[in-house]
Design a protein around this ligand. Structure first.
Ligand code: SAM
Length: 292
Protein backbone atom coordinates (compact mmCIF):
# COMPACT_ATOMS: atom_id res chain seq x y z
CA UNK A 1 0.00 0.00 0.00
CA UNK A 2 1.48 3.30 -1.14
CA UNK A 3 0.97 6.54 0.76
CA UNK A 4 -1.26 8.97 -1.09
CA UNK A 5 0.21 10.55 -4.23
CA UNK A 6 0.10 14.07 -2.84
CA UNK A 7 2.04 13.28 0.32
CA UNK A 8 5.30 15.25 0.08
CA UNK A 9 7.50 12.15 0.26
CA UNK A 10 5.60 10.23 -2.43
CA UNK A 11 5.44 13.28 -4.73
CA UNK A 12 9.17 13.81 -4.39
CA UNK A 13 9.81 10.11 -5.02
CA UNK A 14 7.66 10.18 -8.17
CA UNK A 15 9.40 13.30 -9.48
CA UNK A 16 12.81 11.72 -8.83
CA UNK A 17 12.00 8.37 -10.31
CA UNK A 18 10.71 9.86 -13.57
CA UNK A 19 13.42 12.55 -13.52
CA UNK A 20 10.67 15.15 -13.82
CA UNK A 21 11.26 18.78 -13.20
CA UNK A 22 8.08 20.81 -12.96
CA UNK A 23 7.57 22.83 -16.13
CA UNK A 24 7.16 26.49 -15.28
CA UNK A 25 5.84 27.21 -18.77
CA UNK A 26 2.89 24.87 -18.12
CA UNK A 27 2.18 26.22 -14.66
CA UNK A 28 3.21 23.01 -12.93
CA UNK A 29 3.03 23.43 -9.18
CA UNK A 30 2.06 20.26 -7.41
CA UNK A 31 -0.02 20.36 -4.26
CA UNK A 32 1.57 18.37 -1.48
CA UNK A 33 -0.77 19.13 1.40
CA UNK A 34 -3.32 16.38 1.85
CA UNK A 35 -5.46 18.43 4.21
CA UNK A 36 -5.85 21.09 1.55
CA UNK A 37 -6.66 18.52 -1.12
CA UNK A 38 -9.33 17.08 1.12
CA UNK A 39 -10.74 20.54 1.78
CA UNK A 40 -10.94 21.18 -1.96
CA UNK A 41 -12.83 17.94 -2.45
CA UNK A 42 -15.17 18.83 0.43
CA UNK A 43 -15.81 22.25 -1.09
CA UNK A 44 -16.89 20.53 -4.30
CA UNK A 45 -19.46 18.52 -2.33
CA UNK A 46 -18.98 15.37 -4.41
CA UNK A 47 -21.02 12.20 -4.20
CA UNK A 48 -20.78 8.87 -6.04
CA UNK A 49 -23.43 10.23 -8.37
CA UNK A 50 -21.25 13.13 -9.59
CA UNK A 51 -18.97 13.14 -12.61
CA UNK A 52 -15.96 15.41 -12.51
CA UNK A 53 -13.87 17.23 -15.06
CA UNK A 54 -10.37 17.97 -13.84
CA UNK A 55 -8.00 20.31 -15.67
CA UNK A 56 -4.30 19.53 -15.30
CA UNK A 57 -4.00 16.36 -13.17
CA UNK A 58 -0.20 16.73 -13.03
CA UNK A 59 1.03 13.58 -11.29
CA UNK A 60 -2.45 12.74 -10.03
CA UNK A 61 -2.55 14.05 -6.46
CA UNK A 62 -5.95 15.73 -6.70
CA UNK A 63 -7.24 13.21 -9.25
CA UNK A 64 -6.80 10.40 -6.72
CA UNK A 65 -8.84 12.23 -4.09
CA UNK A 66 -11.57 12.96 -6.63
CA UNK A 67 -11.74 9.35 -7.80
CA UNK A 68 -12.33 8.18 -4.24
CA UNK A 69 -15.54 10.14 -3.82
CA UNK A 70 -16.91 10.74 -7.34
CA UNK A 71 -18.39 8.52 -10.00
CA UNK A 72 -16.22 9.21 -13.05
CA UNK A 73 -13.27 11.60 -13.43
CA UNK A 74 -12.21 12.98 -16.82
CA UNK A 75 -8.85 14.67 -16.48
CA UNK A 76 -7.38 16.85 -19.24
CA UNK A 77 -3.59 17.01 -19.22
CA UNK A 78 -1.61 18.79 -21.93
CA UNK A 79 1.83 17.44 -20.96
CA UNK A 80 2.52 14.16 -22.73
CA UNK A 81 5.46 13.44 -20.43
CA UNK A 82 3.04 13.02 -17.53
CA UNK A 83 1.05 10.24 -19.19
CA UNK A 84 3.28 7.35 -18.09
CA UNK A 85 3.42 8.82 -14.60
CA UNK A 86 -0.36 9.08 -14.36
CA UNK A 87 -0.76 5.57 -15.79
CA UNK A 88 1.25 4.31 -12.85
CA UNK A 89 0.05 6.52 -10.01
CA UNK A 90 -3.63 6.19 -10.88
CA UNK A 91 -3.53 2.48 -11.81
CA UNK A 92 -5.52 1.47 -8.69
CA UNK A 93 -8.56 3.51 -9.85
CA UNK A 94 -10.88 2.32 -12.61
CA UNK A 95 -13.01 5.47 -12.71
CA UNK A 96 -10.43 7.88 -14.12
CA UNK A 97 -9.78 8.71 -17.75
CA UNK A 98 -6.85 10.89 -18.72
CA UNK A 99 -7.35 12.91 -21.89
CA UNK A 100 -4.11 14.21 -23.40
CA UNK A 101 -5.50 17.48 -24.72
CA UNK A 102 -5.16 21.19 -24.22
CA UNK A 103 -8.31 22.12 -22.30
CA UNK A 104 -8.58 25.33 -24.33
CA UNK A 105 -8.78 23.32 -27.55
CA UNK A 106 -10.77 20.32 -26.40
CA UNK A 107 -14.27 19.78 -27.76
CA UNK A 108 -15.96 19.39 -24.39
CA UNK A 109 -19.52 18.86 -25.60
CA UNK A 110 -18.37 15.98 -27.80
CA UNK A 111 -16.08 14.37 -25.22
CA UNK A 112 -18.61 14.70 -22.41
CA UNK A 113 -21.31 13.33 -24.71
CA UNK A 114 -19.20 10.29 -25.57
CA UNK A 115 -17.86 9.47 -22.14
CA UNK A 116 -20.38 10.48 -19.51
CA UNK A 117 -24.00 9.74 -18.71
CA UNK A 118 -25.98 12.86 -19.52
CA UNK A 119 -28.33 12.91 -16.54
CA UNK A 120 -25.63 12.83 -13.88
CA UNK A 121 -24.40 16.03 -12.23
CA UNK A 122 -21.17 17.33 -13.76
CA UNK A 123 -18.70 19.37 -11.72
CA UNK A 124 -15.33 20.93 -12.45
CA UNK A 125 -12.60 20.60 -9.84
CA UNK A 126 -9.07 21.73 -10.60
CA UNK A 127 -5.84 23.27 -9.47
CA UNK A 128 -5.54 25.49 -12.53
CA UNK A 129 -2.38 26.28 -14.46
CA UNK A 130 -2.00 29.96 -13.51
CA UNK A 131 -0.77 31.25 -16.87
CA UNK A 132 -4.19 30.54 -18.41
CA UNK A 133 -6.59 30.85 -15.47
CA UNK A 134 -8.69 33.59 -17.04
CA UNK A 135 -9.10 31.95 -20.49
CA UNK A 136 -10.02 28.64 -18.82
CA UNK A 137 -12.65 30.22 -16.58
CA UNK A 138 -14.06 32.23 -19.49
CA UNK A 139 -14.19 29.12 -21.69
CA UNK A 140 -15.95 27.08 -19.01
CA UNK A 141 -18.59 29.76 -18.53
CA UNK A 142 -19.18 30.12 -22.28
CA UNK A 143 -19.27 26.36 -22.87
CA UNK A 144 -22.50 24.75 -24.06
CA UNK A 145 -21.78 22.09 -21.43
CA UNK A 146 -23.28 23.31 -18.17
CA UNK A 147 -21.59 22.52 -14.88
CA UNK A 148 -23.35 22.17 -11.55
CA UNK A 149 -20.41 23.84 -9.89
CA UNK A 150 -16.84 24.88 -10.58
CA UNK A 151 -14.31 24.63 -7.75
CA UNK A 152 -10.90 25.85 -8.83
CA UNK A 153 -7.66 26.98 -7.32
CA UNK A 154 -6.07 30.11 -8.75
CA UNK A 155 -3.82 32.98 -7.73
CA UNK A 156 -5.40 34.89 -4.89
CA UNK A 157 -5.17 38.11 -6.88
CA UNK A 158 -7.30 36.63 -9.69
CA UNK A 159 -9.77 35.20 -7.16
CA UNK A 160 -10.15 38.71 -5.73
CA UNK A 161 -11.00 40.02 -9.19
CA UNK A 162 -13.66 37.34 -9.69
CA UNK A 163 -15.19 38.29 -6.37
CA UNK A 164 -14.79 42.09 -6.52
CA UNK A 165 -17.61 44.57 -5.85
CA UNK A 166 -18.22 47.74 -7.88
CA UNK A 167 -16.13 50.77 -7.07
CA UNK A 168 -13.02 48.79 -6.12
CA UNK A 169 -9.79 48.50 -8.05
CA UNK A 170 -10.18 44.76 -8.56
CA UNK A 171 -13.62 45.17 -10.18
CA UNK A 172 -13.41 44.79 -13.94
CA UNK A 173 -14.71 42.90 -16.93
CA UNK A 174 -13.83 39.54 -15.38
CA UNK A 175 -15.86 40.33 -12.24
CA UNK A 176 -18.88 41.40 -14.29
CA UNK A 177 -18.81 38.47 -16.71
CA UNK A 178 -18.36 35.86 -13.99
CA UNK A 179 -20.84 37.37 -11.51
CA UNK A 180 -23.51 37.81 -14.16
CA UNK A 181 -23.99 34.03 -14.27
CA UNK A 182 -22.54 32.83 -11.01
CA UNK A 183 -22.49 33.06 -7.28
CA UNK A 184 -18.82 33.53 -6.44
CA UNK A 185 -17.34 32.39 -3.17
CA UNK A 186 -13.72 32.42 -2.06
CA UNK A 187 -13.74 29.26 0.03
CA UNK A 188 -10.26 29.45 1.51
CA UNK A 189 -6.70 30.64 0.97
CA UNK A 190 -3.83 28.27 0.23
CA UNK A 191 -0.31 29.38 1.19
CA UNK A 192 2.43 28.95 -1.41
CA UNK A 193 4.20 26.54 0.96
CA UNK A 194 1.61 23.88 0.09
CA UNK A 195 3.22 23.30 -3.32
CA UNK A 196 6.29 21.73 -4.91
CA UNK A 197 7.76 23.86 -6.41
CA UNK A 198 6.45 26.88 -4.54
CA UNK A 199 4.76 29.54 -6.65
CA UNK A 200 5.55 33.21 -5.99
CA UNK A 201 2.11 34.06 -4.61
CA UNK A 202 -0.61 32.62 -2.42
CA UNK A 203 -3.62 30.93 -3.96
CA UNK A 204 -7.33 30.74 -3.30
CA UNK A 205 -10.04 28.17 -3.81
CA UNK A 206 -12.97 29.70 -5.64
CA UNK A 207 -16.39 28.15 -5.91
CA UNK A 208 -18.68 29.18 -8.74
CA UNK A 209 -22.26 28.01 -8.90
CA UNK A 210 -24.98 29.02 -11.32
CA UNK A 211 -27.08 31.91 -10.15
CA UNK A 212 -30.77 31.21 -10.19
CA UNK A 213 -32.31 34.63 -10.41
CA UNK A 214 -35.18 36.28 -12.21
CA UNK A 215 -32.83 39.05 -13.34
CA UNK A 216 -32.76 40.23 -16.93
CA UNK A 217 -30.34 38.03 -18.92
CA UNK A 218 -28.01 39.07 -21.74
CA UNK A 219 -29.55 38.34 -25.14
CA UNK A 220 -26.32 36.61 -26.13
CA UNK A 221 -23.43 35.58 -23.86
CA UNK A 222 -20.64 36.12 -26.38
CA UNK A 223 -21.86 39.57 -27.35
CA UNK A 224 -22.25 40.45 -23.68
CA UNK A 225 -18.64 39.45 -23.02
CA UNK A 226 -17.45 41.63 -25.91
CA UNK A 227 -19.56 44.55 -24.73
CA UNK A 228 -18.31 44.39 -21.14
CA UNK A 229 -14.70 44.16 -22.27
CA UNK A 230 -15.28 47.19 -24.48
CA UNK A 231 -16.70 49.14 -21.55
CA UNK A 232 -13.56 48.43 -19.51
CA UNK A 233 -11.13 48.94 -22.38
CA UNK A 234 -9.92 52.21 -20.87
CA UNK A 235 -10.49 51.87 -17.13
CA UNK A 236 -9.67 55.47 -16.32
CA UNK A 237 -11.89 56.93 -19.01
CA UNK A 238 -15.58 57.60 -18.57
CA UNK A 239 -18.25 55.13 -19.58
CA UNK A 240 -19.24 57.62 -22.30
CA UNK A 241 -15.78 57.51 -23.87
CA UNK A 242 -15.60 53.75 -23.69
CA UNK A 243 -19.02 53.47 -25.36
CA UNK A 244 -17.82 55.74 -28.17
CA UNK A 245 -14.88 53.36 -28.48
CA UNK A 246 -17.30 50.46 -28.99
CA UNK A 247 -19.98 52.03 -31.17
CA UNK A 248 -18.09 54.84 -32.91
CA UNK A 249 -18.35 58.59 -32.81
CA UNK A 250 -20.85 59.17 -35.61
CA UNK A 251 -23.83 61.36 -34.64
CA UNK A 252 -26.44 58.55 -34.81
CA UNK A 253 -24.37 56.31 -32.49
CA UNK A 254 -23.85 59.23 -30.11
CA UNK A 255 -27.58 59.94 -30.07
CA UNK A 256 -28.37 56.32 -29.19
CA UNK A 257 -25.76 56.22 -26.46
CA UNK A 258 -27.09 59.43 -24.97
CA UNK A 259 -30.71 58.35 -24.91
CA UNK A 260 -29.99 54.82 -23.64
CA UNK A 261 -27.89 56.16 -20.76
CA UNK A 262 -30.65 58.64 -19.93
CA UNK A 263 -33.33 55.92 -20.05
CA UNK A 264 -31.35 53.75 -17.67
CA UNK A 265 -30.47 56.72 -15.45
CA UNK A 266 -26.73 56.04 -15.86
CA UNK A 267 -24.41 59.04 -15.66
CA UNK A 268 -22.21 59.21 -18.80
CA UNK A 269 -19.34 60.56 -16.72
CA UNK A 270 -19.29 57.45 -14.50
CA UNK A 271 -16.23 55.22 -14.76
CA UNK A 272 -17.00 51.67 -15.86
CA UNK A 273 -16.08 50.28 -12.43
CA UNK A 274 -18.95 52.22 -10.85
CA UNK A 275 -21.63 50.20 -12.62
CA UNK A 276 -23.33 47.17 -11.10
CA UNK A 277 -23.38 43.86 -13.00
CA UNK A 278 -27.06 44.18 -13.83
CA UNK A 279 -26.52 47.65 -15.33
CA UNK A 280 -24.13 46.15 -17.87
CA UNK A 281 -26.80 43.61 -18.82
CA UNK A 282 -29.42 46.35 -19.28
CA UNK A 283 -27.01 48.43 -21.34
CA UNK A 284 -25.93 45.55 -23.60
CA UNK A 285 -29.54 44.59 -24.24
CA UNK A 286 -30.61 48.18 -24.89
CA UNK A 287 -27.89 48.68 -27.49
CA UNK A 288 -28.79 45.38 -29.11
CA UNK A 289 -32.42 46.49 -29.32
CA UNK A 290 -31.55 49.56 -31.38
CA UNK A 291 -29.36 47.49 -33.68
CA UNK A 292 -25.98 48.59 -32.31
N1 SAM B 1 -3.49 18.77 -10.27
C1 SAM B 1 -2.09 18.82 -9.90
C2 SAM B 1 -1.97 19.25 -8.46
O1 SAM B 1 -2.94 19.81 -7.94
O2 SAM B 1 -0.93 19.05 -7.86
C3 SAM B 1 -1.27 19.74 -10.83
C4 SAM B 1 -1.77 21.16 -10.96
S1 SAM B 1 -0.65 22.22 -11.83
C5 SAM B 1 -0.98 23.77 -10.99
C6 SAM B 1 -1.42 22.53 -13.42
C7 SAM B 1 -1.45 21.35 -14.38
O3 SAM B 1 -2.12 21.77 -15.59
C8 SAM B 1 -0.10 20.81 -14.83
O4 SAM B 1 -0.11 19.42 -14.73
C9 SAM B 1 0.02 21.25 -16.29
O5 SAM B 1 0.80 20.38 -17.08
C10 SAM B 1 -1.44 21.25 -16.73
N2 SAM B 1 -1.76 22.12 -17.87
C11 SAM B 1 -1.14 23.28 -18.22
N3 SAM B 1 -1.72 23.82 -19.30
C12 SAM B 1 -2.76 22.99 -19.64
C13 SAM B 1 -3.73 23.01 -20.69
N4 SAM B 1 -3.77 24.00 -21.59
N5 SAM B 1 -4.63 21.99 -20.76
C14 SAM B 1 -4.59 20.99 -19.85
N6 SAM B 1 -3.70 20.92 -18.85
C15 SAM B 1 -2.78 21.91 -18.73
Amino acid sequence: DYPEIASPARTQAILNRYRLSAKKSLGQNFLVDLNILKKIVETANLTKNDNVIEIGPGIGGLTEQLAKVANQVLAFEIDQNLLPVLAETLAPYDNIEIINQDILKANLPEIVGQKLTPDQPLKVVANLPYYITTPIVMDLLANPVKFDSIVVMMQKEVADRLNAVPGTKAYGSLSVIVQQQNEVEISFIVPKTAFIPQPKVDSAIVRLSQKSSGDEQPFNHKRFVGFVRGCFMHQRKTLWNNLLGIFGKEPPAKAHIKSILADLAIDPTDRPEQLAVQQFVSLANAFHKVGL
